[in-house]
Each structure stands twice: as structure tokens, then as C-alpha cells.
Design a protein around this ligand. Sequence first.
Ligand SMILES: [Zn+2]
Length: 441
Amino acid sequence: MMSHCLLFSGRESSQARNAPRVDKLLKLADSDSVGQTPFLAAANARRDAVTELLRELVHTPSLSTDERDVVHRLAAQMEDLGYDEVVLDPLGSVIGRIGNGPVTIVMDAHVDTVGVGSRDEWSHDPFEPVLADGVVYGRGACDDKGGMASMVFGAALARELGVLPEAVTLYVVGSVQEEECDGLALEHVLTKVLGRPDVVLLGESTNGKVFRGNRGRIEVLVRTRGSSCHASAPDLGHNPVYDLAGIITDVEALNGRLGYDEFLGAGTVALTKIECETPSLNAVPGSATIYLDRRLTLGEDPDAALKEIAALASVQAVGGTVELLRYERNSFTGTALVQDKAFGTWVTPEAAAPVRAGLATVERALGRPAPATGHWVFSTNGVASMGKLGIPTVGFGPGDERYAHTVAEQCPVADLVDAMAFYAAFPAEFVASRPEPAEAS
Ligand SMILES: [Zn+2]
């Protein structure tokens, strides 16, 4: 099982072993909460607690590689809620376990956030959460601290309600450094800390839907080299910035003819940064670089996308170099991490057990028909769990991804409640959705 930095180990609760059946529970609750499932009724009773936890998480800044305080806050919450075991892994991700069965479910939300950009653009302090009209505002409110707060309570609720099947080991993971290198920390958890799970459920915002994929991506630089000289006599040198002009035009045109997939949409490319190396503002620069964010739809792969950029006529004409970027940072625990910035596209098929379980969970837990499945526009830890490791991955999380990384970042409290109910109900639906194990002969 888990072997790193044991923070806490509880006893298996007898409540889990003597769990009443879901159907019985549903009948019980029908009588006392009209129009509300027992999952929603129980989640609603924890509305203030989950809101308070989210506010505390927002109030605890946790930029990538600086997540120490927030993971300790989460570990304490898991212990309070009676998790069986809580550990930090070598990268600093927090992992809580409930149950001890052969079917392994990993629920993951990342605990780091992006920065705040220009403070002047915010109408309030991004780390002083505001609760107004049932909505929590602040950095990380939906990306991804809302999902995290709901998961921590929702997983505990599964056991409290007696609906966590005995067959299940449920892990709740608060992973680090997702915003800088999606998938890196979760991959470590899934390959180095835990055994391979049967399913991964992500808590990134899905706006009430079950999501089952996102585009992959690469980060690339294109560099041109010139020869520097005094700016008063530019003819004596060669200006590499002018060489970029044609490349930029080609990149913009490339964006219009990339791959397309019915479910994930089109591949895209965006120029995200431009810089040059120059001795002074009165000198012709010696080299110039652009950075590209290339999103890969289904059918596109990192190698081919890199070669496609290198093959642009303008790049060839000036002998530009094209390089895949590398991520190199230390985690807050001091672990050195290095990874190419190439992230695989992933889609979990609509007919797969976890997707069916997700849709059934919406109906069972929230008491409403499940809308059609969707996908994230941004990237998630699914690039590792499904994109790289092939572990079926789905998502359900509070909030709407269009507010992620914005100065209006927000999460409705009603979504936190729905997500808690969803996470409490998912394990039983997942077990029920799996094909029967083959009879031993
Ligand atoms: Zn996120």
C-alpha cells in the first residue's frame, strides 16, 4: 500500500463493514427530504463545512512548488474526517485512503494554482475569498480547490452513508505542480506510490457534466540566429527578429489547417511569447525566439507536431531551430523533477465502465438526467492517467472552466454540494458498472 511519510493511520471503521445497502438508504431518505436524493440531503448538511474548507484553501496561497501549507491543511482535514491513512508522497502530494478492497478508485484534484497576474485587475484580494450570493470568489476557487474540498468531504461521506462498497479502496489525491506540468505529480502517485488503480476521477470543473477527455499539447521554441552589430549601421549585421516575421505568419496560417476530431475539436497553435537577445537597445540582436503552445487533438501526436513546425518553409529558409521545452523544477519537498513538455491527448470511450458509472452517478446522486458527456478545453492530469498510462479516466467537478485562470475565478456553493454528493455515490456506481469477473473453472 502507501509507503511514504505516514502522517496518520486510523482503524478500519466497523461502519464500513456493516454498511446498509444503497437502495435501503434511498427509501429511508425519500420520506424526509422531498425532491432530494439522500446523497444531496447529506451533502447539503455539509454545505457550510465544505464552503469553509474551500475558503481556507483559497486563503492558503499555493503556487506550483509552494504547496506545503495547503497539503498540510488537507491532510489535517482528512484525519478529522476519519480517513484510514493519510500520507504525503516524495513530491508532496497528499494522499488519503478510505477502505481496503481490491477495486481501487483514485479521485484526484490538484492543489496548486496559477499566479494572480496584475493585482490591479482584481476587484478584491485574490487570496481573501469572497462569498457573495452563494458563490465563492478567489484564486483557485474552481481550479481546482473547489473540486479538492468537495472530494475530501465526498469520499468521507461515502463511508458515513454506508454506501462505500467493501470491495473498494478509495484514494483521494491532492496533487502538486499540475499548473506547471500537468500529469507529472499524478503519474508519480499512480506509478511509484500506489498500485495501478481501476479508474481515475478528476475534480476539475465540468459545469455539471461528466467529462472524458482533453487535447494533449507540446510547448515548443523556434529560434533564429543573426549577427549582432551596432544599430547605427544595421547593414553590417543580420537581424534575426526580421527572420521571425515570416515564421510568425506561417504559424498563424498553420493554426487554420490542423487536425480535427468530432469530440475534442481542432488542434490549435498559439504564439505565447517572443524575445530576443541583444547587447543593448542600440544594437542588432544576436538571436530571437518565439514560444508556441500547440494543442493536439485526437489523431495528432507530439513528434509529428514538432516535425510539422520544423518543416515550415519559413523556418527552413532561415535555418531556424525548433526545440521541445523541458520542465525542470524542484518540488517543495526538494525532489528534482525533469520532464519534456509533451502531453498526450486522451479520450475515455463513451461506452467505458467509468463513463457509464459517471452518468449513472449523476442520476442517482443528483436526481436528474445526466447531460451528454463533454471534454475540457484546457489540459488536466488525465494526460498522465489516461494519455500516458491508459488508466480509464473521467471527470466531474464544481464550477465552470471558463473562469479558471481569470480574475473572476469563482465556484458556486451549490456545485460544491452536487460534487460532494457525486463523489459519495460514484464508488458504488463504478463497482456496479464493471463487468462480472469471469467464473473460476
Ligand atoms: Zn486545473
